[in-house]
Write a protein that binds this ligand. Structure first.
Ligand code: AMP
Length: 564
């Protein structure tokens, strides 16, 4: 893989993308292609088949969406789709079609997500009006093919996105059937976070002399992480990221920190948020004039600002002595970028701290970085409100200690003495500490940030299978997992992929977070991470699976005690 994310190898314009796309990317605040985009876009524009190993967070969606849009000669004109993207879940179908829509708006590209659970009537109408791109879950795509409502005659490209996940969910046969219904001459693109033998099998059968892209090879060769940098990661849902960042900064109290974001937009937004929380934050991105950037840097060096919120491009070559902390507000798009970012601290023998916020769906990217850097990045618990209070108390104590050592307390003697007529000396001290603590701005608006756990992926492989008819397993759920009872089983036509699809579609979990599934005649049991059990129960009670509303609850043993 090229070193683009770290070395500044090229721009989107260098990739030869058309002006409408370049304008959109610039408006979105994308400063440069991610490594996977740099590698994948040229061959895809040429029409080559491609096998890409890329997890969520690498920018893989744009890596296939941009070339597809680039190749559309007359979007908005034809009847049937020219591009069909198959994805494992409805959540991803929506996400990918939104991405296509965002990038292809100026070109007038018509994009349609089709997935189970959504009313089919609207999909039929949209298909009749004509579409350029269809993003579909395999089941529903096959449904439309069977009805003759998805015309694949003019199809030029099929993209299998998150192919390993689709196989895990039992879609192998559906995928084969869909591919069989597409023109032989099509371009076939396969993206997968992992490349197990089954994926290779599909690639061998359906891809024609594909370009292969695997991640992290260049970085693995030129490994150079700084051992002095203390690294940790925190799993946090997207909605809680600003609060999580604020809390980590409160606990860590960096002299100065640089916070990396993906886009200019994100930089600007986060700068505003952090200033609103009382930090002195400055934005730094490629859209700024050199003069503005210089001003920002001198404010940081002078200590007038303590947070620098930046994109990779803007922070390239930056060397600020004051920096003690690097925060990755998202997992970077490639291991190379991670190595490069954390190199901003821990220079010249100084110690540094690198913190990474990880959304559950980015968890695999973190694993990829660990593999490439051959360092473990421990996933830590986010500080709680109690941790924060303890830390603030500690800061107050340190401030008092410093004050005691300064020996300029004489003017306050009379105050204490007059109070001791009436109060105990200890009480006077307590009141003084309370005032000092409150005056330090230790407000307590804080709410707990929900804890998220993601079980290691590999142990779970191959666990997903139905128990023999009617038989109920008494095996305890795997560690950190909770078993949920669903009132729908085989008699309702439920298959493992229906449960995985519903859970992944309705909650923040991805298919990989879900553990063993057992399907009995009249009910099913599904293991989910304990921390997410309530969320899943709430979400699934409000939705339907195969048109029926399940009763969902924690599984209990026959005496009504919760199984552990
Ligand atoms: P993906 O790996 O496709 O899920 O993309 C991860 C995130 O990165 C998405 O939020 C994209 O909008 C964003 N993204 C994709 N390409 C770029 C880029 N070149 N620069 C900045 N952000 C990007």
């Amino acid at each position: 893989m090229s070193m683009n994310a770290t070395g500044g190898e090229g721009t989107f314009a260098d990739l030869g993308l058309r002006a409408e796309l370049l304008d959109v990317l610039s408006a979105l605040g994308y400063e440069e292609p991610t490594p996977i985009q740099w590698e994948a876009i040229p061959p895809l524009v040429q029409g080559r088949d491609l096998l890409g190993q890329a997890a969520t967070g690498t920018g893989k969606t744009a890596a296939f969406a941009l070339p597809m849009l680039q190749r559309m000669s007359r979007p908005g004109d034809g009847a049937g789709p020219v591009t069909l993207v198959l994805v494992p879940t409805r959540e991803l179908a929506i996400q990918v079609s939104e991405a296509f829509h965002r990038y292809g708006r100026a070109l007038g590209a018509r994009v349609l997500p089709i997935y189970g659970g959504a009313p089919i009537g609207r999909q039929l109408q949209a298909l009749k009006r004509g579409v350029d791109v269809v993003v579909a879950t395999p089941g529903r795509a096959l449904d439309h093919i069977g009805r003759g409502t998805l015309d694949l005659e003019g199809l030029r490209t099929v993209v299998l996105d998150e192919a390993d996940e689709m196989l895990d969910m039992g879609f192998a046969d559906d995928i084969e059937a869909i591919l069989a219904a597409t023109p032989e001459s099509r371009q076939t693109v396969l993206f997968s976070a992992t490349l197990p033998p089954r994926i290779d099998g599909i690639a061998r059968r359906h891809l024609n002399d594909p370009v292969r892209i695997e991640m992290g090879h260049a970085a693995a060769e030129g490994r150079q992480t700084t051992p002095l940098v203390e690294q940790s990661a925190y799993l946090v849902a997207r909605a809680h990221k600003p609060a999580a960042l604020g809390r980590l900064l409160d606990i860590e109290a960096p002299t100065a920190a640089i916070i990396f974001c993906r886009t200019r937009e994100e930089v600007d937004q986060l700068t505003e948020t952090m200033n609103g929380r009382g930090h002195r934050a400055e934005a730094l991105h490629g859209g700024m004039e050199q003069e503005q950037r210089d001003r920002v840097m001198s404010r940081l060096r002078a200590g007038t600002a303590d947070l620098l919120i930046a994109t990779d491009v803007a922070a390239r070559g930056l060397d600020v002595e004051q920096l003690t902390h690097v925060v990755n507000y998202n997992v970077p798009s490639a291991p190379e970028a991670y190595v490069h970012r954390i190199g901003r601290v821990g220079r010249a023998g100084r110690e540094g701290v690198a913190l990474t916020l990880v959304e559950p769906r980015e968890h695999r990217m973190l694993k990829a970085i660990e593999r490439v850097t051959r360092q473990r990045i421990p996933v830590e618990r986010l500080p709680t409100v109690a941790d924060l209070q303890a830390r603030r108390m500690e800061l107050t104590r340190a401030a008092l200690e410093e004050c005691l050592l300064q020996d300029d307390l004489e003017p306050f003697h009379a105050v204490v003495e007059s109070l001791t007529d009436e109060f105990d000396l200890m009480e006077v001290a307590l009141a003084a500490v309370k005032l000092a603590h409150e005056a330090s701005g230790a407000t307590l608006d804080e709410q707990e940030i929900p804890e998220i756990t993601v079980r290691p992926v590999d142990k779970r492989r191959g666990q997903r299978e139905a128990a023999p008819d009617g038989e109920r397993s008494h095996r305890a759920p795997a560690g950190g997992m909770e078993r949920l009872f669903f009132s729908l089983g085989r008699s309702a036509g439920i298959r493992p992929q229906d449960l995985v699809g519903a859970i992944a579609g309705e909650s923040s979990l991805s298919g990989r977070d879900i553990g063993a599934i057992e399907i009995a005649e009249r009910f099913s049991l599904v293991e989910v991470p304990q921390a997410a059990a309530n969320e899943v129960i709430d979400a699934l009670r409000r939705s339907t699976i195969k048109g029926r509303r399940p009763n969902v609850r924690r599984e209990r043993d026959p005496r009504g005690r919760r199984q552990r």
